[in-house]
Design a protein around this ligand. Structure first.
Ligand code: ADE
Length: 250
């Protein structure tokens, strides 16, 4: 029987979901609230992980071991890692890498020691459903659910859904130098964030299918602290809720 775990780092990335859950019951584990219930009729557990790889790894393992979820979806924001990806676009990961993992010379750079892997693949069927949901959110809910002022302020024209590589690390990328260092060593990175690849590793280790969907909040450069906060305050919740709602209606 399907039971979907929905993780976000911050409240703004999951706003609205918990409120509409049917028969919601909250359990505290490891300083986090796990809210179990049904979303649009489907058994689900919603939780906020807080920021970073350790925070989300603990949350993911708990969702799997204590709550018995069969699938995991992570929704949140990310910084753009290339100029093809713009603020307001949506990135669905097909694979993820931990850009700050470096046990060289013992293991190749980026390889997670003793897994033999540097890149963790998201579940194809689940990710394509999420991509489809993101597309429907853009085509059906957009622009009605985002005020014109916010669209103008954030220069969101018509968002695009991208699928590709997401790089995660315990680092908020706020200079082009930091971003360039990541792109110097990894090819094809579309977005940078701080949790996805850790979800990927834990789900790989437990054999649980997962998908990561990120809305671009900033360009991972000197403007990102301001852009990130503004986007989070004004738009992130609308995207997250809209995409997840479309997903559950597929
Ligand atoms: N999440 C959103 N923007 C980010 C950035 N610039 N660096 C890391 N994580 C992010």
């Amino acid at each position: 029987k399907i039971k979907i775990g929905v993780i976000s780092a911050l409240r703004e990335e999951q706003a609205g979901l918990i409120e509409i859950m049917q028969d919601a019951v909250t359990d505290q584990r490891g300083m986090r609230d796990y809210v179990s219930g049904r979303l649009w009729g489907i058994e689900s557990v919603c939780v906020l992980s807080r920021i970073g790889k350790v925070a989300v790894a603990a949350t993911t393992a708990t969702l799997i071991e204590s709550f018995g979820v069969t699938h995991i979806i992570f929704t949140g924001v990310a910084g753009a890692a290339t100029t093809d990806v713009r603020i307001g676009d949506i990135v669905v990961a097909n694979q993820l890498v931990q850009h700050d993992m470096d046990a060289s010379p013992l293991f190749p750079r980026f390889e997670v020691p003793l897994t033999g892997l540097s890149h963790f693949f998201s579940d194809k069927p689940l990710s394509s459903l999420i991509s489809q949901a993101a597309g429907q959110f853009i085509n059906q809910d957009f622009p009605e659910t985002i005020s014109e002022a916010n669209q103008r302020e954030f220069l969101i024209d018509r968002p695009v859904v991208h699928e590709g590589l997401i790089a995660s690390g315990d680092q908020f990328i706020s200079t082009s130098l930091e971003l360039n260092q990541i792109n110097d060593h990894l090819t094809g990175v579309l977005a940078v964030e701080m949790e996805g690849a850790a979800v990927g590793q834990v789900c790989f280790e437990f054999g649980i299918p997962f998908a990561i969907v990120r809305t671009i909040s900033d360009n991972a450069n000197e403007d990102s602290p301001v852009d990130f906060v503004q986007f989070l305050e004004k738009i992130a919740a609308c995207y997250a809720f809209g995409i997840v709602r479309q997903f559950f209606s597929l």
